[in-house]
Design a protein around this ligand. Structure first.
Ligand SMILES: *[C@@H]1O[C@H](CO)[C@@H](O)[C@H](O)[C@H]1NC(C)=O
Ligand SMILES: *[C@@H]1O[C@H](CO)[C@@H](O)[C@H](O)[C@H]1NC(C)=O
Ligand SMILES: *[C@@H]1O[C@H](CO)[C@@H](O)[C@H](O)[C@H]1NC(C)=O
Ligand SMILES: *[C@@H]1O[C@H](CO)[C@@H](O)[C@H](O)[C@H]1NC(C)=O
Ligand SMILES: *[C@@H]1O[C@H](CO)[C@@H](O)[C@H](O)[C@H]1NC(C)=O
Ligand SMILES: *[C@@H]1O[C@H](CO)[C@@H](O)[C@H](O)[C@H]1NC(C)=O
Length: 428
């Protein structure tokens, strides 16, 4: 009996010692890593041999080896905790609003608003679409470079071509407070027309070298895009040892998205409306195919994200627009917790100013009800027949995200029936 206990105790003590040793090893390795970058390459073979004898933890040792063998400035940044956030959405999902959660973070964050707009524009074919394969590759490469604060590749897609890294034409520059910072604000040049100019201060055309330098100074970087179709195409970014990427996928009820599109592009959907009113016009099959394609892409991306394959582990978060609209403060806090970046008072203040979250926090239910009214306005604009079309082609997508099907006009417009199921969508 005694011997048995003694063995256990020795075993536990052994584990404790090994654990302690591991901590020391990782601390030593961190120190070495941060010191080494400025110096000539270190050849720590003797050191490694000594450690190998300990072999307390295979993980720590291999990590240490990798760090010593492959030290670069970017890896050092990653070790320091630099986060690379990609906010991925589709149009009309409230992504500009959610992007502000990061844009408003303050001096720590370099935020870019839709840089891929230029890429899509240049790759648009005469047919009006893009070659999806070619576009996906270009999006991936440009995002990867931008996350490393390198604008060189993006420059190739900006029209007119930047001269000496200066452009007056960066799409929606003013939507990125980082690009209108003092440090990125060059003197105004008379006679240069700037379609997208800073509002916070008067600045001349954007000097992308300055932008890149400013980006490197910031602790974190966030990019919002509605152009990436499939999350899987960004896998190389998650696996890039220079990056520590966090993907946030923002989704919204496809019926609401379509309702919003029908308001924005009235002419395009004229036939749909007439068809819904019972007139004998054919519904545009091409648009139906596109709708299905979009829903399928969004669902496939989310399915991969929620499955959490090793390359995405702890890197993926799914957010529903409807939850953000109803509980902006709570959801913003969750998003920040997921990214591992402090949720600053600036962001909180911005959310308070721009939503009714103050009342959410104090638990006044009328506010929540009001917000859900806003969120569910589409239910009174979208003809039931069209809601049925969306349910037919986007059924699995609705199901996955917890959007309830409606089976009658009455149910569609019955405010007492919520179409948003409470659903736990993340496992990180
Ligand atoms: C130490 O661990 C590695 C695996 O990382 C193994 O290949 C090696 O044989 C171990 N060395 C000793 C001395 O146990
Ligand atoms: C070192 O980094 C380069 C690129 O940054 C990568 O291709 C290579 O596989 C890395 N080597 C190791 C041992 O991690
Ligand atoms: C799309 O681009 C890829 C490579 O960029 C090319 O191989 C393919 O032929 C293109 N597809 C079409 C339909 O043009
Ligand atoms: C930026 O990327 C380009 C290739 O796209 C490369 O030639 C250049 O050296 C990079 N710049 C920096 C500062 O790393
Ligand atoms: C752009 O900014 C860089 C870095 O601050 C500077 O060296 C360069 O001269 C600027 N370019 C122009 C044309 O002002
Ligand atoms: C609901 O909220 C909107 C702003 O989001 C506000 O204009 C409106 O007055 C509110 N309605 C009620 C009944 O509180």
């Amino acid at each position: 009996m005694r011997i048995k206990y003694t063995i256990y105790i020795v075993f536990f003590v052994g584990i404790v010692i090994i654990e302690k040793e591991n901590n020391i090893i990782s601390r030593v390795s961190d120190k070495l890593t941060s010191k080494q970058t400025q110096q000539t390459p270190l050849h720590p073979s003797g050191f490694l041999h000594t450690l190998q004898k300990v072999n307390g933890s295979f993980l720590t040792l291999s990590k240490l080896k990798r760090r010593l063998e492959n030290c670069s400035e970017h890896q050092e940044m990653m070790i320091r905790g630099r986060k690379h956030i990609l906010l991925l959405a589709t149009t009309r999902t409230g992504s500009s609003f959610v992007g502000e959660f990061f844009n408003q973070q303050g001096g720590n964050m370099f935020y870019l608003f839709e840089p891929l707009w230029h890429v899509e524009k240049m790759l648009t074919l005469d047919t009006g679409g893009t070659n999806a394969t070619a576009a996906a590759k270009a999006y991936r490469d440009v995002l990867q470079q931008l996350l490393l604060c390198n604008f060189t590749l993006l420059e190739r897609f900006i029209e007119p071509k930047p001269l000496e890294h200066i452009t007056p034409a960066l799409f929606r520059r003013e939507s990125s407070s980082s690009l209108c910072d003092e440090s990125v604000c060059s003197p105004v040049i008379k006679g240069v027309f700037e379609r997208y100019h800073c509002r916070a201060r008067r600045c001349g055309p954007l000097n992308l070298t300055m932008a890149s330098e400013s980006c490197r100074q910031k602790e974190h970087i966030a990019i919002k895009s509605v152009r990436v179709r499939q999350l899987e195409t960004l896998r190389p970014l998650a696996e890039d040892p220079r990056l520590d990427v966090r993907f946030i996928q923002l989704v919204r009820d496809p019926r609401a998205v379509l309702a919003s599109r029908m308001v924005a592009f009235t002419a395009k959907y004229k036939n749909w409306k007439e068809w819904a009113m019972g007139r004998n016009v054919p519904i545009d099959e091409d648009e139906v195919r596109k709708l299905k394609g979009n829903c399928d892409n969004i669902r496939l991306s989310a399915e991969i994200g929620l499955r959490q394959p090793p390359w995405l582990r702890r890197r993926y978060m799914l957010v529903r627009y409807e939850d953000i609209a109803r509980f902006p403060m709570r959801k913003a806090a969750e998003m920040y917790r997921f990214t591992g970046i402090p949720f600053t008072p600036q962001v909180k203040a911005w959310i308070l100013r721009n939503t009714q979250a103050s009342k959410e926090a104090s638990g006044v239910y009328s506010t929540q009800k009001n917000s859900s009214e806003q969120v569910e306005k589409w239910r009174f604009n979208l003809p039931f027949k069209i809601a049925q079309v969306v349910q037919r082609v986007c059924g699995p997508t609705l199901k996955l995200f917890g959007y309830k099907f409606v089976n009658s006009e009455k149910m569609l417009t019955d405010k007492s029936i919520s179409l948003i199921e409470d659903k736990v969508l993340n496992f990180f």
